[in-house]
Write a protein that binds this ligand. Structure first.
Ligand code: NCD
Length: 304
């Protein structure tokens, strides 16, 4: 039974192809007829989410399953139930899969140890967010004309990920998939927001201009204030000055460079409006692709 706990668990070529076939199908008919099944898929969301949750809910509906959304406040977690017991309970009731977002790194692994159905990680603490990295990769794969995904199709491309790298599950999962496809990955943050240990395959820097110089892709990340200890970011104004992706800074990149962001954006902090909404931005494309990639990943995990 395939779990998707980290980006390394994803069969990348298969998901790219499945996502592309869903895109074609849904573009021909955005509300296809579905055969509803008398079965649920649980979405355990113990942290806030808009796009990831909406995309997974839509994915469940497209596959004919009813999404059962459970938040920490509205569940027995609030009564002190352990994650393991919640997972055992849902499995005993015949749930078909569990998608989960959790503030603690490693929570999906814990769930997988007791689950009898596939577990899909929708973000665990500062650890991993596999389907976000997968939709980012799918977005780039389409942007570059859908090259053979079994080749190092991102070789020679420089990707600069700029923002709160220390607390970013998106950066960690992206690093796995981008380097697997051959990209040169730079991770850039103020010194206090860089990881303590080097990350395999990445160039770490606190110099945003060096990271962005000649980049093919610039991915901006939100400051994860909910995961920050006090004092890690001394000044928001200094952050804007040194790390914000604005039109002038973007001119350091290749002229055809594209800009990405997993959302939610804090406009005027990590991105200027002009860049977020500009011609080089793939941000809404990422959001659209989130649906195709989630339905493809669920389909794979359910072995359909
Ligand atoms: C990210 C997340 O939750 O990890 N957002 C998302 O899933 N689209 C990034 C973030 O919260 O900054």
């Amino acid at each position: 039974m395939p779990h998707v706990l980290t980006a390394a668990d994803l069969p990348v070529s298969e998901i790219l192809n499945r996502a592309e076939s869903w895109r074609t199908r849904l573009q021909a008919n955005p509300t296809p007829p579905i055969q509803p099944r008398a079965a649920l898929i649980a979405l355990l969301f113990y942290e806030p989410s808009t796009r990831t949750r909406a995309a997974f809910e839509q994915a469940c509906v497209l596959l004919g399953y009813h999404p059962l959304v459970i938040t920490a406040e509205a569940s027995s977690v609030a009564k002190g139930e352990s994650l393991q017991d919640t997972v055992r309970t849902l499995c005993a009731q015949g749930i078909r899969a569990i998608v989960m977002r959790h503030p603690q790194a490693g929570a999906p692994q814990t769930a997988a140890q007791v689950a009898t159905v596939p577990i899909l990680n929708a973000g665990d603490g500062a650890h991993e967010h596999p389907t976000q990295a997968m939709l980012d990769l799918y977005t780039l794969w389409r942007h570059y004309g859908m090259p053979d995904p079994t080749t190092p199709w991102l070789a020679g491309r420089k990707v600069a990920i700029v923002g709160d790298i220390r607390h970013s599950r998106v950066a960690r999962s992206n690093l796995t998939l981008l380097t697997q496809a051959g990209a040169e990955v730079w991770l850039c943050a103020p010194p206090s927001l860089l990881p303590d240990a080097p990350l395999k395959g990445a160039t770490l820097t606190h110099d945003a201009d060096a990271a962005i110089k000649d980049a093919d892709v610039v991915m901006a990340l939100r400051l994860q204030t909910e995961r920050m200890q006090q004092g890690l970011l001394p000044s928001l104004n200094a952050y804007r000055r040194d790390y914000q992706i604005h039109a002038e800074r973007l001119r350091l990149a290749k002229p055809e460079c594209v800009v990405m962001h997993p959302g939610p954006i804090q406009r005027g902090v990590e991105l200027s409006d002009e860049v977020a909404d500009g011609a080089q931005s793939l941000i809404l494309e990422q959001v659209r692709n989130g649906v195709y990639v989630r339905v493809a990943t669920l389909e794979y995990a359910l072995a359909e």
